[in-house]
Design a protein around this ligand. Structure first.
Ligand SMILES: *[C@@H]1O[C@H](CO)[C@@H](O)[C@H](O)[C@H]1NC(C)=O
Ligand SMILES: *[C@@H]1O[C@H](CO)[C@@H](O)[C@H](O)[C@H]1NC(C)=O
Length: 234
């Protein structure tokens, strides 16, 4: 015979279990960044979740991380994030769909096109390159950095990360550091604010303009960095 007290606590238990369960495909906020061949097409926070994505070339396909049931719950993905950013911020993108692998291959973002031989649109999640044909399969998480970069590097380029202060005084000299965003190692020989990073991956810049001063690191064969904004006060 079942203990009646079970029935008394069951609703409480159920409530605890429901609250403890991971949220299923609730919208999350991520940083989306689109690095074109010579400039940044978009960089900013967006809200996204897993859903079908439609491209001019391929029509509508599932892009919610289920990966043909390899994952048990749907959730946000890199290409769904691209799609959500594109619709809110008004840049276009296109991709073909490979039925065999059940995923998109991107061929255009913000009007910048790849021919698949001399350049590709590479995806990175938290500065780590994502395998091709995983853009709708790999689930992304709140606060992730989702990066799409047009690259002509035939190997796997390093995703640069620029680190420095968020505020400074007018006339102050500040040190900016460039690292491999994934391995965190210093990167020398890349450009920031008109200078080249030294052996420690650093440049020193003197801030002569009031207000927001923005910097990015870039170098041949690398994926351009995040923007670093320094608020300069008198
Ligand atoms: C989502 O895409 C699938 C094809 O992958 C299609 O069968 C389905 O109708 C689409 N759903 C919506 C709501 O567009
Ligand atoms: C998607 O499923 C395939 C086949 O089961 C697997 O090889 C791949 O690692 C999965 N991808 C992700 C991101 O889970």
């Amino acid at each position: 015979m079942m203990n009646p007290s079970f029935f008394a606590i069951f609703p409480v238990l159920l409530c605890v279990l429901v609250n403890a369960a991971p949220a299923v495909n609730t919208p999350i906020q991520v940083t989306l960044r689109i690095e074109g061949a010579t400039s940044t097409i978009f960089e900013g926070p967006i809200t996204t979740s897993g859903h079908n994505v439609s491209t001019p070339s391929a029509g509508s396909h599932e892009c919610d991380g289920l990966n043909q049931s390899a994952n048990s719950q749907s959730g946000a993905t890199a290409i769904a994030a691209l799609s959500d950013g594109a619709s809110v911020h008004g840049f276009g993108f296109d991709g073909i769909f490979v039925d065999q692998f059940d995923d998109f291959i991107l061929n255009q973002i913000g009007g910048e096109t790849t021919d698949f031989s001399s350049s590709i649109w590479l995806t990175g999640v938290n500065f780590f390159p994502q395998d091709v044909l995983e853009g709708c399969h790999q689930e992304i998480h709140s606060e992730d950095q989702v990066i799409f970069a047009l690259t002509d590097n035939p190997g796997t380029p390093i995703f640069l990360k620029l680190v420095g202060p968020s505020s400074a005084q007018l006339g102050q000299a500040v040190t900016l550091t460039v690292i491999d965003g994934f391995l965190q190692t210093r990167i020398h020989g890349v450009q920031v604010g008109g200078q080249t990073t030294d052996q420690n991956g650093q440049v020193v810049v003197t801030l002569t303009q009031l207000g927001l001063n923005s910097f990015k690191a870039d170098g041949t064969g690398f994926v351009r960095s995040n923007g670093l904004s320094i608020q300069v006060a008198a």
